[in-house]
Design a protein around this ligand. Structure first.
Ligand code: GDD
Ligand code: MN
Length: 376
């Protein structure tokens, strides 16, 4: 008999209950962890109407395929796959914005967070006792013994910096495990940084005391499969986030990195100029041109590696980006010289005019690179 809609395989009786909780799970190379986590969520959230959104940044290990296979079996699972973008915070933000329940949780895929706390966290939000519930390792009953000495020290230092500099009143602002009311999240979302690892810290710092927060203790477990993606770049991101929040978002991490790379470029320029004049015996004009091209090229590569590592250009796009970068910098040089001249006209102090010109050049290069070279 022709049966266009085969009977359900019995995998999932979809409840009619309105959705209560969206669980967002950022993944990068977590192929072997997603299914065990999903199984545990089913147990931990029994009786609750929930959905799970896995946000995968195009993991080379094929995590997205595993999630899709899960989603075909069980409609509570969904895969949001991002291409050409990387970053834990950005993944969490997009996942939350793509989901629908009034309450949203963020939990790691590697089973280091404790999913059995989710029901309790939801209860606290539903009872109106808080806007944000934080899974905390650093309060009575919590524990992070799974950390090695080095990581424990780094975590403690980062926590102290965050609490002192940004005055956040949370015991574990570096935690990546939390649940929040959707309406409060959406209010704050436009001001959140998509770069970096620390979305919870960003949320709490951005809210400036306007969120009612409750902390729930949990034990930070050991990673089930695979390895951590936390590296020294993540530390840099953290310092950038602190700086950005401290200066009320006037100075961003990206700008700091861009300016640092630019300063390094100056050294490259002088070094190449020296070699070209001294060892290669080029004429000054030629030597200066070679030095400028070398400096621009190294700036471009470093920015692609560091400043824009979450949007890194690859393959053929590198060449195109490099040519655009040359163009942007050339115009930046004109802006630099123009500003320096007009200031020198008014106030003939060479270093003021020079520094103002250089600042103009950096700001121009930064703004235009963001628009044309590493555009989203
Ligand atoms: N989509 C996406 N993109 N996911 C990512 C990325 C990324 O670029 N980088 C990491 N993830 C995912 C991982 O797959 C994992 O599910 C989760 O984010 C945490 O990453 P780990 O690599 O396991 O980091 P960790 O264990 O060192 O850090 C965790 O512990 C910290 C507490 O000290 C994270 O939960 C942090 O948020 C938390 O602050
Ligand atoms: Mn982990």
């Amino acid at each position: 008999m022709n049966q266009p809609f085969p009977a359900s395989s019995g995998a999932l009786p979809l409840t009619d209950a309105p959705l209560q909780l969206s669980v967002i799970i950022p993944t990068f190379n977590e192929r072997d962890n997603v299914t065990p986590l999903f199984e545990r969520l089913k147990v931990a959230l029994a009786g609750i109407a929930w959905e799970a959104v896995f946000v995968d940044d195009n993991s080379p290990d094929g995590t997205a395929n595993v999630v899709r296979a899960l989603a075909r079996q069980d409609q509570r699972a969904r895969c949001l796959r991002r291409i050409g973008r990387r970053g834990l915070s950005g993944a969490c933000i997009e996942g939350i914005l793509s989901s629908s329940a009034s309450f949203v949780a963020v939990i790691d895929a590697d089973l280091q967070h404790d999913e059995t706390q989710l029901a309790k966290m939801l209860g606290i939000l539903q009872a109106g006792q808080a806007d944000l519930v934080v899974g905390s390792r650093y309060i009575e009953g919590g524990n992070s013994d799974a950390f090695n000495k080095q990581r424990a020290g780094a975590s403690a230092l980062a926590t102290t910096i965050a609490r002192r500099v940004l005055r956040v009143e949370v015991n574990d602002p570096m935690s990546g495990f939390f649940m929040i009311r959707r309406d409060r999240f959406e209010e704050l979302a436009p001001q959140l940084s998509t770069q970096g690892f620390k979305i919870l810290l960003d949320l709490v710092a951005t809210a400036r005391g306007s969120l009612r927060i409750v902390e729930v203790p949990y034990t930070f477990g050991s990673r089930l499969h695979g390895e951590s993606k936390l590296d020294s770049m993540v530390m840099l991101d953290f310092l950038g986030l602190v700086l950005a929040k401290f200066t009320n978002d006037i100075i961003t991490l990206r700008f700091v990195l861009f300016a640092m790379v630019g300063t390094l470029g100056l050294l490259v320029h002088v070094a190449v100029l020296y070699v070209a004049l001294d060892a290669l015996q080029l004429r000054f004009g030629e030597a200066q041109t070679v030095a400028a091209i070398c400096a621009m090229t190294s700036n471009f590569l470093l920015n692609n590696f560091l400043t824009y590592r979450d949007q890194r250009l690859k393959g053929f796009a590198i060449l195109r980006g490099l040519l655009l970068f040359y163009l942007v910098c050339s115009v930046g040089l004109l802006a630099n010289v123009g500003v320096a001249f007009s200031i020198y006209d008014q106030e003939p102090t060479w270093w003021i005019a020079g520094a103002a010109g250089a600042l103009m050049g950096v700001v121009w290069n930064y703004a235009m690179s963001g628009l044309f070279v590493w555009r989203k």
